[in-house]
Design a protein around this ligand. Structure first.
Ligand SMILES: [Zn+2]
Length: 181
């Protein structure tokens, strides 16, 4: 089974991707989706990608026990031309699911995961913010720094006054930093 280009575009849109009008944007989106479904990440939508995406779609775009792909979508609402809609890495999905399962059985809301460059600027994000690469999430939840580390968070942002964690990411070199109040 192999989707036509039109079917691929419809599936990308249904998944929550945007910005597929440029070749680089579209290729990035296909790569993001391929990584999430666990097929070779080459940006070329072949039969294996078709099969895996069909299954994910039929599953309501559920990428982990308690998260759907759309929960990682940029909150700009499509305001910026270069917004990809979604960028997320499997490692981030594992991280937030681990936090959810271990500490928030009743629910964990992602307040901000992927941010396109325009939205990242608009919300005052760091110029090289992990959010732009799909490797970070801000969330409801009041983890301690030790708890976030125990869940595998590599970058940990915490409130200046609360000392509770509101940002986690999967950066290579661990860092703990003040992020908001
Ligand atoms: Zn955006």
């Amino acid at each position: 089974m192999q989707h036509t280009i039109r079917q691929q575009d419809n599936l990308l849109a249904a998944a929550g991707f945007r910005g597929g009008s440029t070749t680089t944007g579209r290729t990035q989106n296909v790569k993001t989706l391929q990584a999430v479904v666990g097929v070779a990440v080459d940006g070329i939508w072949g039969p294996l990608t078709s099969a895996a995406v069909t299954e994910l779609s039929a599953n309501g775009w559920r990428v982990a026990a308690n998260f759907r792909l759309q929960e990682f979508q940029c909150r700009c609402g499509g305001k910026y031309r270069d917004c990809q809609g979604i960028r997320v890495t499997p490692a981030l999905i594992v991280l937030v699911q681990t936090i959810r399962a271990k500490y928030y059985p009743k629910g964990l809301v992602l307040l901000s995961a992927y941010r396109c460059p325009g939205h990242n600027r608009a919300v005052g994000g760091a110029s090289a913010s992990q959010h732009m690469y799909g490797t970070a999430a801000d969330m409801t939840g009041r983890l301690t720094i030790a708890e976030a580390k125990a869940c595998g968070a590599r970058g940990i942002g915490y409130g200046r006054h609360s000392a509770r964690v509101n940002h986690v990411d999967t950066r290579a070199v661990p860092a703990t930093f003040v992020d908001g109040l």
